[in-house]
Design a protein around this ligand. Structure first.
Ligand code: ADP
Ligand code: MG
Length: 290
């Protein structure tokens, strides 16, 4: 009778918008006791908009946005989309770029009109001992905004703050998981303050921030090594190795192709609360099996 139950449950799940790609791992979903979530695009909508801009002395705002957007036009990252959108809003035509290079988990660089343009994370700036007035950065970070630095010929030309929207459904997911005795953990490449801010809003149990892409899967292994059964939920290219590593990999439906192709289950409605539904459906489906 078991295969029939499984078939029925697969049909039910499809109707609910849960696409099961790996039956074996779905079966094990009932044993999950820790759920790891990526932040941007998973716990949040992943729709960044620019909220604040600080232009350093000797530079000009529209030029800063033009250069940053020209470089970011090569990226699929939510930050990139936010900056490109701003240039379009200001009707700033993008420049031709060359020597484009992505700095994994830290930003991008390219040559624009003979200048070396970089759009990078606070972590990159810190690592390279580039000093700046931290007052704006601290204020914006405390407000939960993601900040990127624009460097022109290795000099900080400006800072751009971007804000995202927390998914209401993420709060419900975390509180439902708690009721089931399942721990919720955030894993993000973003800055500590931003991560803590979002984590607090959602009521998540634990936050790991400033995690580089290759460290995401290492973190999953680390959590699994504490004896826990771990689900990883993510949307980005950066999340794919972690999705593959976890006992159960869950991709957000609007996520990148790589994440979707790597995951065991796809949340067609991009609703984090469906993570709870998967675990419960697995419990119901395999209840009578050993
Ligand atoms: P997340 O885990 O939130 O998806 P990522 O690992 O993709 O974060 O990115 C980590 C950080 O690297 C970002 O917060 C940002 O500072 C920087 N970064 C990544 N991609 C870009 C980009 N296209 N432009 C500027 N900064 C970027
Ligand atoms: Mg993401």
């Amino acid at each position: 009778a078991a295969p029939l139950v499984v078939a029925v449950s697969t049909a039910i799940s499809a109707k609910k918008g849960l696409l099961i790609r790996n039956r074996t791992n779905f079966e094990n979903a009932r044993k999950i006791n820790a759920v790891v979530f990526d932040k941007t695009g998973t716990l949040t909508e992943g729709q960044f908009g620019i909220t604040d801009i600080k232009v350093m002395k000797g530079f000009e705002e529209d030029r800063l946005i033009t250069y940053a957007a020209s470089v970011e036009s090569q990226s699929e990252h939510p930050i990139a989309k936010g900056i490109v959108k701003e240039a379009a809003k200001r009707k700033l035509p993008l420049k031709k770029i060359s020597d484009f290079q992505s700095i994994t988990g830290k930003g991008l660089q390219a040559t624009v009109e003979g200048s070396a343009i970089m759009v990078v994370s606070p972590g990159y700036v810190k690592e390279n001992d580039i000093s700046y007035d931290t007052s704006n950065f601290d204020d914006w970070s405390r407000e939960g905004k993601t900040v990127v630095f624009v460097l022109i010929d290795k000099e900080i030309a400006g800072m751009i703050a971007l804000a995202d929207i927390v998914r209401e459904t993420a709060k419900n997911a975390v509180s439902d998981l708690k009721k089931l005795g399942i721990e919720s953990i955030m894993l993000t490449g973003d800055n500590h303050q931003v991560a803590e801010y979002v984590g607090k809003q959602i009521g998540i149990d634990k936050v790991y921030a400033e995690v580089l892409p290759h460290q995401k899967s290492e973190k999953i292994t680390e959590i699994m090594n504490t004896g826990r059964k771990v689900a990883m939920t993510g949307d980005g290219v950066n999340d794919a190795p972690a999705l593959a590593k976890a006992d159960l990999g869950i991709a957000i439906g609007t996520g990148t192709d790589v994440a979707i192709e790597t995951a065991d289950v796809i949340l067609v409605k991009s609703n984090p609360q469906d993570v709870v539904n998967i675990i419960q459906l697995s419990k119901v489906t395999y209840r009578k099996m050993v």
